[in-house]
Design a protein around this ligand. Sequence first.
Ligand code: FAD
Ligand code: SF4
Ligand code: SF4
Length: 473
Amino acid sequence: MAERMLKFVTTPRATPPKRDAGARTGDFHEIYAEFIDQKAAEQASRCSQCGVPFCQTHCPLHNNIPDWLRMTAAGRLEEAYRLSQATNSMPEICGRICPQDRLCEGNCVIEQSGHGTVTIGAVEKYLTDKAWEEGWVQPLVAGPDRGRSVGVVGAGPAGLAAAERLRELGYAVTVYDRHDRPGGLLIYGIPGFKLEKDVVERRTTRLADGGIAFRLNFEVGRDATLAELRQKHDAVLVATGVYKARELEAPGAGSQGVVPALDYLVASNRTAFGEPLPAGLDAAGKHVVVVGGGDTAMDCVRTAVRQGAASVTCLYRRDRANMPGSVREVAHAEEEGVIFEWLAAPRAVTGDALAAAGVVAARMRLGPPDATGRQAPEEVEGADFELKADLVIKALGFDPEFSAPGLDTTRWGTVKADFRNMQTSIPGVFAAGDIVRGASLVVWAIRDGRDAAEAIHRYCQAHASADALMAAE
Ligand code: FAD
Ligand code: SF4
Ligand code: SF4
């Protein structure tokens, strides 16, 4: 084993080739090419096979990373894939879009020792893409029928991960979603240059082929109440995500030229399915200002570049070191021509109710840390400046909006669920993903969905035993 592994001193870190910025901004395809087999094996061989693998500890799914890296280095690709998919419902999706610099790779000891992390995410993506190509991804097979049904509200990663596991355990599963396609933010939020749509669709098709029923264009609260679904199913999982956009509090922010980030991204993602782009959500030829510093803001700026904007500027009130977005995504945006105005906060949107003309911004500096320990931004007097803007996109984060009678929520509006068993205040109703955590990550949604499925299974088994006892008495 030692011969094949521990190559981190002699083999430099390498990611799969990235398309040139000029070429990639002309379309919405992913920006990284695939590893070739030899490169994946070579990069996997850099792993030092830690006895206590911090990469695994910091992966929310506790993926067995050292073992599948060792198998990849040895060319045992199918085994490596089988091991990686045992803990992850969508390894190729996590390999593409997890912020690895904050999770597995950021905690790799090779990174800590200054040799550059093992490229865990790229190998994970490579293995599962290869598995799809080679036919190693097996159809979903339902377990022996338990005569019980579960309703899942929300077809995002949390709902889908739960649905898959429940089907394997032998439940009849119906997934309800208000959109016309399953996938949640994977399909309509995250742009194709990070995650192409066919990668998501082959997953959802596999679930449908495995007998999971999808009721689309079905909004709980409009087409049925949560109580009605609870009546219909033996258990219900709420996995509705968070969608209410935080508002831009500034004069002029009500102009039609100011749009919420998700409206903008959903419209752009829909063009991948042949739908037209509404003029108000098309950045072509426009000067675009995106307000915010998270991953959603990064997706907006990079979408605007691809739509042919005249200029794209990101306004963020803290500095680069303190922004919430992934360092990798900021680097991609900069390569693609996005201008970052760090330490800048919008003061007003100029123009009129129908069209924006510009954004007046205050210059900020970082003051002493606030109660959360983060340095609070404060205004620098007399340093305001104005940017030209025909389209202003507000990407200030999302709040939860799902509610139902009897369903307790926290003071942040998220659904209250006991993390030990994912149960809400309504018996038989469980919750998972962003609606419980607040805006988070795909990998955490998958983890929650898998945990919720196990909890629902325990709940249904307990009820089945109780029913059997009553019947016997
Ligand atoms: P969602 O994916 O939001 O799915 C919830 C589903 O519930 C949706 O399909 C919605 O239509 C449906 N729904 C809601 N209410 C109802 C109702 N009343 N009735 C029926 N259906 C309903 N995370 C990463 O890890 N990496 C990234 O690069 C990344 N990029 C992101 C980019 C953007 C623009 C955004 C907004 C988020 C990004 N995230 C990223 C976060 C990630 O997408 C979410 O954390 C994850 O999708 C949450 O999964 P979920 O299943 O809880 O919810
Ligand atoms: Fe890393 Fe995400 Fe894969 Fe875990 S799921 S190993 S955090 S890329
Ligand atoms: Fe390999 Fe890095 Fe994980 Fe150690 S921390 S097992 S070197 S990937």
